[in-house]
Ligand binder design. Structure first.
Ligand SMILES: [Zn+2]
Length: 330
């Protein structure tokens, strides 16, 4: 395959250059100016793409992705955006199976259209080890979790935590440090959806991760300041990361290429009403308080018209549209 006249971005940070590209099989064989005869086009070149006015680049790596390769192994959504490598098992949540290696073999056997960098989820590990919503795991359960992590890290890229989600939110510093030590021992990375991304809480969350960063490489998933205003705060955050790096902590971050986030609706709920059990208790004993909390939170997030709901039965409705439907029961 021959691609001609494109502006080539090599992915190494260099300026784009005008170049051709020759691909044989699944390998790039030549980068530079090509000279082919009419005969070559007839005999040797299977496909010619004229990339005049367009860019040629390596496939993008999506550092925070979700999906199930057993359901959609084609991953057309990613390929359509030029993404050729995704990271799964994010936000503390990976497939809940006894052995991730067996799940990965299934994926491989079935075939998957893009490269997959797999992470093991901390929330999932907590469930597998029977810790669930306990704040402090028993010594035995903790060791069980650490052992499972140690085994799984041999063939995965790292650990993900989702400290804003159930059950990750129950984890305390001692547990997180124990996990980080295992990640460091295996020279892997710990990616974190941090405990709280709100402006005002963000630095505290970063500091929590930086402590783990003393033991392993750490990465902030989708860094942002929820409700944050102005560039000064962003500059301050970037400075914290730069300072940490200067002090020998290996910390990185990724950002969304868009303005809104996408998550489960539990994100709106207070920590004391996250699980079904807690929610039911709160509805009985703290109903008014819960309603006020939710109302304020939604107002803070730009109101019920700004929160789009995504599930099959409430297809593309925002919270305002949904609440009109269920007002009689709430
Ligand atoms: Zn996340």
């Amino acid at each position: 395959m021959l691609i001609t006249n494109g502006k080539l971005i090599d992915g190494l940070g260099n300026k784009p250059i005008l170049s051709d590209l020759v691909i044989v099989g699944d390998e790039i064989k030549f980068i530079g100016k090509t000279k082919f005869t009419e005969q070559d086009f007839n005999n040797r070149i299977g496909r010619h793409i004229d990339a005049q006015g367009q860019f040629i680049s390596p496939g993008f790596i999506d550092l925070h992705s979700h999906g199930n390769p057993l359901v959609t192994p084609e991953f057309e959504n990613f390929l359509a955006m030029g993404v050729t490598t995704i990271t799964l098992g994010q936000d503390g949540d990976s497939p809940k199976v006894d052995q991730l290696s067996r799940w990965l073999s299934q994926v491989e056997k079935r075939g998957v259209a893009i490269n997959l960098a797999m992470f093991i989820g901390h929330g999932t590990l907590r469930e597998l080890a029977g810790i669930n919503q306990a704040a402090v795991p028993t010594k035995q359960a903790l060791n069980n979790m650490l052992q499972q992590l140690d085994d799984t890290l041999k063939y995965t890229f790292g650990l993900s935590t989702g400290l804003e989600y159930n059950p990750g939110l129950y984890a305390q510093q001692e547990e997180l440090i124990a996990l980080a030590k295992i990640v460091g021992k295996n020279n892997r990375v710990l990616m974190s959806h941090m405990r709280n991304e709100d402006s005002g809480q963000l630095i505290k969350s970063i500091n929590e991760l930086l402590i783990q960063g003393q033991f392993c490489k750490v990465h902030i998933s989708h860094i942002k300041s929820v409700y944050g205003k102005g560039a000064a705060e962003a500059d301050a955050i970037l400075k914290i990361l730069q300072d940490a790096n200067n002090n020998g902590i290996n910390i990185t971050a990724d950002i969304y290429p868009y303005n809104a986030s996408y998550a489960g609706i539990s994100l709106l709920f207070p920590v004391w009403a996250k699980t079904t059990k807690q929610f039911e208790y709160a509805m009985q004993h703290r109903r008014e308080e819960l309603a006020t909390f939710l109302r304020n939170k939604i107002i803070k997030r730009n109101g019920n018209g700004s929160n789009l709901v995504w599930n099959r039965s409430l297809h593309r409705k925002n919270l305002r549209g949904v609440s009109i439907g269920i007002q009689h029961s709430f």
